[in-house]
Design a protein around this ligand. Structure first.
Ligand code: ADP
Ligand code: MG
Length: 593
């Protein structure tokens, strides 16, 4: 979704200097300046809302922090605006960090509501502080200037300001595109699908939510700094809730999932707004903010007919060149020490889970030795998934103990457990549909890398990125998925999707692989393929816990079976013993008689 838009990047980079020298009327340059400023805020919203799935109505408040900081400081201390920019960014980062830490643990409607509250309170704060000129704001700012040979060069409000704003905007867009196509970027893109998968890959979802909240705020703060020196005055009305809503509106109309959607949306809304403010009163005959009504209707129509925004139409038409393969010579990622054959990998001792009065898992015990495939079977509702979730740390045990490679992991979170080398797949495939198979699988290698947001934005993460891609390719080829590398994950059939999840889990370099119903929804041939993959992995020394409904598969590949019924352990043994067990026949295989 992000790579293929490089054409747009080249076009825009060429258009900016061209527009600067063309004899466009000043009115249009001013319009483009506003569009550049708004786009910068919208760019932050693309990351926060479009990619990260966190809706904020409060971005205008961060614009206000950037604007007021530079206004107050340049007027009262005479500091250079090039310095106050960084003071403003620091203020913004601290406030976004505090607001983010408090609100980002909230889910559902609470986050948007909290950002509304934040936007409102900052608006009233700006309007009531004497030092900030109350609702009149601060007047008489200087425009930006740069030192030149014959004195300072005034950047002013015209073409130079246009070049500055759009250069910043372009740099921001490139940084964002770089970020989204990187280790932290893949982590950010996994946020929208819920936290379970991301955490199972070792990603701290909360940390990334706060991170993108701060980044979006910083984009807004830069826009505020520019705006203050563009308008040469600041007052609260530009930073209130109405503007906060408008920024979100622009981004959604343009295409909240696309970097270029931000610019398209900001441009369209700004131009329409101006035209409608003149046109509508002339048409209707009385003055009033009729454009608001038109925008309201337009938003509903866009949401209904183009829910991914206007840019989605263009994005679909743009060519999608496959990722350039530049990692052949990359060094392999380091691997953890794995238990040797026969060593105990997992020891589950009397684990128990109660949901109120229901005992879903009743003192279950079993072991897994290195190189074994252990099947966990039982009728629907027997407690298999709950057991799986207790082992992987998704649910907290009521009692009992789980040892992994000799270490008690009972108190650890699913993220910490995955970092210790337990990798899993999901009963319902969890992936990022608009990323390629290769990129999805590379998400599994997250904890084997270390590049952060800044190095990714600056593209100085290349070596590590190549190592991750090489590992992802290796794991896909290992399970026979080599032909699917550059395929869009969302376009895959169920079978390849499940194999992709296994490759992703293998990318974590696990000591134990946990598969939750990997054969569900597969066709007969695909099941045979899966069985072969599992046997091959076992041959390579992998230890596997398999929760599965499909009896043929389980009997075929498992060394040891654990049978559950109504939360309790019915029996355990080899497939042959289980098949011969009268208790199991009665409880589970009884239908075959
Ligand atoms: P299985 O995976 O073997 O089909 P589960 O582990 O999903 O079974 O469920 C075992 C029992 O625990 C079921 O009776 C189910 O209704 C109950 N259960 C599972 N999760 C919860 C929950 N979060 N709250 C209450 N009951 C639950
Ligand atoms: Mg289940």
């Amino acid at each position: 979704m992000f790579k293929k838009q490089n054409i747009a990047l080249w076009l825009l980079s060429a258009a900016v200097p061209l527009i600067a020298v063309l004899p466009l009327p000043d009115f249009w340059i001013a319009q483009l300046n506003y569009i550049g400023l708004y786009s910068l805020v919208c760019l932050g919203l693309v990351l926060l809302t479009g990619v990260g799935g966190l809706t904020s109505f409060g971005q205008a408040a961060f614009v206000g922090i950037g604007a007021y900081t530079t206004a107050w400081l340049t007027l009262n201390t005479g500091l250079s605006p090039w310095l106050t920019l960084f003071v403003g960014l620091a203020f913004t980062a601290v406030s976004a960090l505090i607001v983010g830490m408090i609100t980002l643990r909230m889910s559902g409607h609470y986050l948007p509501l909290a950002t509304i509250a934040w936007g409102l309170s900052l608006y009233y704060l700006m309007g009531n502080l004497d030092a900030l000129g109350k609702y009149d704001g601060l007047l008489g700012l200087k425009s930006l200037s740069i030192p030149g040979v014959n004195g300072d060069i005034d950047i002013g409000q015209g073409r130079l300001f246009f070049v500055l704003t759009w250069a910043i905007l372009l740099a921001g867009a490139i940084a964002l595109l770089n970020l989204l196509d990187s280790r932290p970027g893949r982590a950010i893109r996994s946020l929208k699908g819920g936290t379970q998968m991301a955490e199972a890959m070792g990603i701290s979802t909360f940390r990334y939510k706060v991170t993108i909240f701060v980044i979006a705020a910083l984009f807004a703060s830069v826009a505020g700094w520019l705006l203050a020196h563009f308008q040469r005055t600041v007052n609260p009305s530009a930073f209130g809730l109405k503007m906060g809503i408008e920024y979100l509106f622009m981004t959604v109309v343009g295409g909240v999932g696309y970097v270029w959607g931000a610019i398209v949306g900001a441009g369209l809304i700004k131009l329409l707004d101006d035209q409608l403010q003149v046109l509508l009163p002339a048409l209707i005959g009385t003055s009033g903010s009729y454009e608001v009504i038109v925008f309201g209707i337009a938003l509903v129509l866009v949401l209904k007919y183009l829910p991914d925004g206007l840019w989605s139409v263009v994005a679909r038409k743009l060519p999608r060149p496959p990722r350039a393969v530049d990692w052949q010579n990359a060094e392999a990622l380091p691997e953890r020490r794995k238990p040797t054959h026969g060593e105990r990998v997992l020891s589950v001792q009397a684990i128990r889970k109660q949901f109120g009065g229901l005992v879903a898992v009743n003192d279950i015990s079993f072991n897994i030795e290195a190189g074994q495939i252990v099947g966990l079977i039982g009728p629907n509702g027997a407690g298999k998934s709950t057991t799986f979730n207790l082992i992987t740390g998704v649910l907290r045990k009521t009692s009992g103990q789980v040892n992994f490679c000799g270490e008690d992991i009972g108190h650890l979170s699913s993220r910490e457990i995955s970092r210790k080398g337990m990798a899993r797949t999901f009963q319902h495939v969890k992936m990022i549909p608009d990323m390629t198979v290769l990129e999805n699988v590379a998400l599994g290698a997250y904890m084997r890398g270390s590049s952060g947001v800044l190095s990714s934005m600056l593209r100085i993460n290349k070596t590590e990125e190549q190592r991750m891609m090489k590992e992802a390719q290796r794991q896909l080829e290992r399970i026979g998925m080599g032909a699917y590398l550059h395929e869009q994950a969302g376009n895959l059939a169920m079978g390849p999707q499940r194999l992709m999840e296994i490759a992703r889990a293998l990318c974590c370099d696990p000591a134990l692989l946990l598969l939750d119903e990997p054969a569900a929804g597969l066709r007969h041939k695909e099941k045979q393929g899966l069985a072969q993959v599992l046997r091959q992995l076992q041959g390579e020394g992998m230890s596997i816990l398999l929760v599965e409904h499909d009896m043929d598969l389980v009997m075929d590949v498992c060394d040891h079976l654990v049978v559950m019924e109504f939360g309790t352990l019915l029996t355990q043994g080899t497939p042959a013993e289980i098949q011969a067990s009268p208790a199991v026949r009665a409880a589970y295989l009884g239908t075959e008689h």
